[in-house]
Design a protein around this ligand. Sequence first.
Ligand SMILES: *Cc1c(COP(=O)(O)O)cnc(C)c1O
Length: 423
Amino acid sequence: MTLTEKDSQYLWHPYTQHKTSQAPIAISKGEGALLWDENGKEYIDAIASWWVNPFGHSNKFIADAIYKQLTTLEHVLFGGFTHEPAIKVAERLMEILPKNQQKIFFSDNGSTAVEVAIKVALQYFFNKNEKRTTIIAFENAFHGDTFAAMAASGISFYTQAFQGMFIDVVRIPVPIKGNEQESFDALNNVIQNHNCAGFIFEPLVQGAAGMVMYEPEALATLIKICRENKVLTIADEVMTGFGKTGKTFAMDYVSENPDMICLSKALTGGTIPMAITTFTQEVFDAFYDDDINKALFHGHTFTANPTGCAAALASMDLLQTEEMQANIERINASHLIFQKKIENHSKVFTASTLGVIFVVEIKSDSEESYYGSMRNKLYDFFIEKGVILRPVGNIVYILPPYIMTSEQLEKVYKTIEEAIEMV
Ligand SMILES: *Cc1c(COP(=O)(O)O)cnc(C)c1O
């Protein structure tokens, strides 16, 4: 039996209708931006394996750091104990995060990083004896699949089975160009009519919605409105963090700082699942009390796993090298050239670039659904050509590992051009 055949006997895959979807491709090896399946077919990983892998597959530098940590202290519980790798991660993050962030809390994935932030926003007001229970989020947001994260997410087929079972979330429009005032007005309106605890947003780019982009000035205005009304702000940088937008964090473009930041995905260079939620001192202080009931009763068994911390430290080392910063700039410049080339194509609706993220929306006669027929046709075409891209409806985006070579990138562009001609 092939791996693919054995897989179908036992495994249940994410976001997959097993009755109608094709069998998964069994990948047996990865190096740099390339992956190989069990039959030896080569693929370019043009989405960094769901946005987690900036430095390439099977990265030796991170692997060595992990090995060294595994043979020194692989794990110890974080309740009542601490260790150097966690402390070093905190110190490193303090150097690169927006300056108002002072405390860090570890968890395991993007959803739990968001779950922690939302629980902290709600308990912050509970601890102050203030009744504030509404969370504000953007339309078409994606914040993860655990319950509070799912409640904050606005892409309906992820959440429709659970309507009526969520915490109280009110949505406002994304301040895309031309929609800024509508978004500001909606935020003011929601704040006036609800007891709002927090506002969660994907800064500058809504990843899962199809890389929907908006300007830093608009986000600054929204954060200012929240601050004036004592609503806590949560920047979900799970996708945007660690260089994707061309700066270390998307919030580095924004003149206002958030109260909390969620990190995961590229945190460990795509090796070990780990996440972090960061806070201002003021947020932390609302939990600091003689009363044990005011503590944050949230934790995960593998909190601050030292091996994950070692991977995160090695990743941050790599990100800050001149070579990696030059790679990010090279990819950005290359995207901008490709954007110019195709944005006036008769079948292209819009194209945009931010950092290493490139997105093109293909014209379509009908409303394309997320996993609709155009999406499937595009996806199959890319896979056949040996390029891993996961279109969102009629939207195709590239989010490459930063080490992707210019030749590999050219192949990705060429394949996208062919796909546009094909559909
Ligand atoms: C992927 C993602 C999440 C969820 O992260 P998981 O690790 O899949 O739980 C949350 N927020 C954003 C912005 C994401 O892109």
